[in-house]
Ligand binder design. Structure first.
Ligand SMILES: [Zn+2]
Length: 286
């Protein structure tokens, strides 16, 4: 790396770090606890076909797909809803993405919530990293929750050209009637800094991430599909199926600065190896 590039990069990082000062010193509340739910898994026979273009050609890869349920006082916030529970009826799996992927749901989201004593209508607040079908697969269950969504994602998902963005409106159509907060950037959900939606566009027009402050474990950033696994994060690789590559790269630098300023862990939804290290419901994470 030459010196000019590194000083430009440093300046960019400094300005990103300033803009990543999303949580103010006075607003460092914590949630009560979080449950990580297993909301599907998938396998491709060639990871280079979409996820790491040009790299690891012909190499198979498996992916996790998690949902995250957060308890904050009397409120229950759900982040992502995984693949459709209907896939559980096909133990042999379902082919998707023109045969690139096989999908499985081993335990339904509904059954995992039930095991926690929670009905879908108990969920008071909901947000999705983005509206691809492995994240909004069970969205229609949560008709009582307030929806938090970036306006560009709303316009893409609920507009006339949703399928052109790779969305399947039948999976989330009921949410159109939910109370909705349309966002234009970062948003402190409970007003105490404990759960902050972080605008990270690129993978889709209004892709977002989530900063969660846990009382014991500390801060965690859930990065949705900004990247799909650790190697792509380290090498800043953008998948082929992505709305805006430059925006995705900018979002990665924003999250890198946020991890630094908040001393946060990065949890990558589809990174199966990392997911295996994270306790799953019914165990709570504090
Ligand atoms: Zn995904």
């Amino acid at each position: 790396m030459n010196r000019f590039f590194s000083s430009v990069r440093l300046a960019a990082l400094v300005s990103l770090a300033a803009s990543a000062g999303i949580v103010h010193a006075a607003d460092r509340g914590t949630v009560d606890r979080m449950y990580v739910l297993e909301c599907g898994e998938s396998k491709t026979s060639d990871v280079s076909a979409n996820w790491s273009p040009g790299v690891d050609v012909g190499v198979a890869r498996e992916f996790s797909d998690n949902c995250y349920l957060i308890r904050h006082g009397s409120r229950l916030f759900l982040w992502d809803s995984g693949m459709p529970d209907a896939i559980a009826a096909k133990p042999e799996g379902v082919s998707a993405a023109n045969g690139l992927l096989t999908l499985w749901v081993r335990k339904t989201l509904a059954s995992q919530l039930r095991a926690l004593g929670i009905a879908p209508t108990d969920v008071t607040d909901i947000a999705f990293s983005h509206f691809h079908s492995d994240h909004v697969g069970n969205a229609n269950l949560f008709t009582s929750a307030r929806l938090y969504i970036q306006e560009p994602e709303y316009d893409a998902a609920f507009g006339p050209n949703a399928t052109k963005f790779g969305f399947n409106p039948a999976l989330y159509a009921k949410l159109e009637a939910n109370p909705t907060t349309k966002l234009h950037g970062d948003h402190d959900v409970f007003g105490d800094g404990s759960v902050v939606i972080v605008s990270t566009p690129g993978h889709t027009p209004g892709h977002q991430s989530l900063l969660v402050r846990l009382p014991k474990r500390g801060a965690v950033v859930l990065s949705g599909d900004m990247v799909h696994f650790r190697e792509n994060w380290i090498h800043r690789r953008v998948p082929a199926r992505n709305f805006d590559k430059d925006e995705t790269l900018r979002s990665m630098e924003k999250v890198a600065a946020l991890l630094e300023s908040e001393h946060a862990e990065l949890w990558i939804n589809h990174d199966k190896a990392q997911s295996a290290t994270i306790p799953k419901a019914p165990q709570a994470i504090e």
